[in-house]
Design a protein around this ligand. Structure first.
Ligand SMILES: Nc1ncnc2c1ncn2[C@@H]1O[C@H](COP(=O)(O)OP(=O)(O)O)[C@@H](O)[C@H]1O
Ligand SMILES: [Mg+2]
Length: 287
């Protein structure tokens, strides 16, 4: 598959006090049209940082992002060139990313209006996108607080779609939703990827959903992609010790599995050797 977005050697360093934290340490990845790439890895491994750097909203990021084979300039300067408009990001908390004081329709219309579309047309587009994501057209006249979490996430998706992006990066887009909305919003994303032939980078710590919807998976660990491949291959033949540990935690896809993974992390800070002990620890902890 021909990639739409390719990321090469992406690195991000944060400064915490007088210490430097390398949150993303040289990442390569790509996503094609109509493809879902699942990005997994425990909390703190750098997934959100990577997502933000790819869409160009993180100062100080280094590396190369190409879009349809063309390099995107100004990565890491907090300025977004025209190509970046083809990349949209959806966040975990849809309430935080919507302005509580502005009507839904106006917020969705912002993107098209910046692109030169008239107000009337942009609102009309907002109404039909709301319909597409499963909400009534008259939601354009309403405010974020009048909707549930799942509905707000649908609104955030409609807003992202309004500028016809080629790639969406969704950072834990269903983690904050109740169980029934989780499945519905995940299915909506799958359908939209198919319908609009977009690429989707789906960031999640929920491995069962990633397995269900992703074509390919990238496994991130301490700022690096340690393994990438077709979803079923990764699941059936994990190669890296960390992926094995992650996969062996799946049968307990509940709070317990997450505990196992975070233990894995504190051990792994010491390097490659402790990765193996991390894996053995997971196996031993299986009931
Ligand atoms: N703004 C920031 N300043 C300093 N450190 C940060 C900042 N954001 C994230 N980090 C650190 O960078 C690492 C990666 O964080 P993040 O990308 O949020 O991981 P994930 O999304 O996988 O949970 C963590 O160690 C986190 O504490
Ligand atoms: Mg995150």
């Amino acid at each position: 598959m021909k990639p739409i977005v390719e990321v090469k050697n992406l690195a991000v360093e944060y400064t915490r006090g007088d210490q430097k934290v390398r949150a993303v340490a040289g990442v390569d990845l790509s996503v094609g049209a109509g493809e879902i790439l699942g990005l997994v890895g425990e909390s703190g491994c750098g997934k959100s940082t990577l997502g933000k750097a790819i869409v160009g909203i993180l100062q100080g990021a280094e590396g190369e992002v190409t879009f349809d084979g063309q390099p995107v300039t100004k990565i890491g300067r907090g300025q977004r060139d025209a190509h970046f408009r083809n990349l949209q990001m959806i966040f975990q908390d849809p309430y935080g990313s919507l302005n509580p004081r502005r009507k839904i329709g106006d917020q969705i219309a912002d993107g098209p209006r910046i692109g030169g579309v008239s107000k009337g047309e942009a609102i009309e587009k907002a109404a039909s996108l709301l319909e597409r994501v499963g909400l009534p057209r008259n939601a354009v006249e309403r405010y974020p607080h009048q909707f549930s979490g799942g509905q707000r996430q649908r609104i955030a998706i409609a807003r992202a779609l309004a500028i016809s992006p080629k790639v969406i990066i969704a950072d834990e887009p269903i983690s904050a939703l109740d169980t029934s909305s989780q499945a519905a919003v995940a299915n909506l994303l799958v359908n939209l990827v198919e319908e609009f032939q977009m690429g989707l980078i789906f960031i999640s710590h929920d491995l069962s959903i990633v397995r269900r919807i992703s074509d390919r998976v990238a496994v991130m660990y301490l700022g690096k992609i340690v393994e990438t491949g077709k979803t079923e291959e990764i699941w059936n033949f994990p190669a890296h010790p960390y992926t094995k540990a992650l996969m062996s935690a799946i049968p307990h896809a509940d709070g317990k599995a997450l505990v196992l993974m975070s233990r894995c992390r504190s051990h792994s800070m010491m390097g490659e050797k402790s990765l193996v002990s991390c894996k053995m620890q997971v196996v031993r902890l299986k009931p």
